[in-house]
Each structure stands twice: as C-alpha cells, then as structure tokens.
Design a binder for this molecule. Sequence first.
Ligand SMILES: [Zn+2]
Ligand SMILES: [Zn+2]
Length: 176
Amino acid sequence: MKTALKFNFKQIEHTEIEFIGEAPVAVFDISDEELVSFGPVKYDLKVHPVSGGALMTGFISLMTKRTCGRCLKRFDESLSVSDMSHFYERDENKEFDLIPDMREDILVALPLNSVCGKNCKGLCLVCGTDLNSGECGCENPSSFPNTDAWGKLDKLKISKPKPKGHKNGSSKKKKI
Ligand SMILES: [Zn+2]
Ligand SMILES: [Zn+2]
C-alpha cells in the first residue's frame, strides 16, 4: 500500500495542498513493541508556500494499546501531535516526503511510561495481587513506587535463576 505524503514545489506554486487521511503505522517505519502497539495514524496536514520554501503544518493522531507501568494491564491511550510545523527549503527538482518528519513527531510524542489511570494502585510487591481489585491480605502490601515498567517486570520475575559465575577462569582468583 502506497500512501502519497509527498509534494514538490510545482504543486504549491499558487496554492496550498492538503493531506487528510489515515495510514498504517508501518508506513512510518514504526513497529509494535512489547509495551505498546499502534493503530493507524490519522493526519490532517497542509503544505503552503512561504518565503524561501514551504511550511507543513497540521496535526496527527493515533490510538495506542499500552501496558500500564503500575499494574501491567493493557489499556487504550490516544496519542496526538498538534501544532506540527516543518520547513522545507525551496528546491524545484526535489520531491519532498513528509513521512520522516511525521515519524519523528510521533516518536517524540510517545511517552516512555504510561499508567492506566491516575489512581492506579499497581501490584502488591509481596504477592503480585492487583491492588485495584482489592486488598491482598499481606501484612505490609506495598506497590511499586514509580512508573518504571521495566523495573517492575524485573521484580516480578521471582523465580528468575540467579546468574551463576563461570566455573573456569574466574577473574577474581589471583594466581600466586
Ligand atoms: Zn494500572
Ligand atoms: Zn500482597
């Protein structure tokens, strides 16, 4: 599927051009990750001539499915970039692609950590119960203090085998 998000200076000699539509996130060379998957990207952009070049303005929005950094539930979060503004220096012989700048704006807008709600209580550090669904009965239930999803995932791997030192060639032993 080809999405034409390109322009050249002949097209905008006397008028602005509009790009309104929707494109799969793959067009922007962005792929789903463990903590977030992306819906299609909606865009509403204009390219108009300005002194010395062209200006692209407008906004883009997309739905994402993310993993809550506290309770690890999946939830929907919309992402939008408004007030986009990119300048393209005048070059009659070139075709300009809007996709790289759109891609960059999407990635910049993507929060590193997300929580499903301001009041998410997270998981009990002791037993792993989702404290949003009730108390767990632990004497000192404690939830994750911050929203670092990776740190939490690490702590949840209770049965993770401890790294074993190499049997041979331990660098700590000194030869006498
Ligand atoms: Zn949550
Ligand atoms: Zn507990």
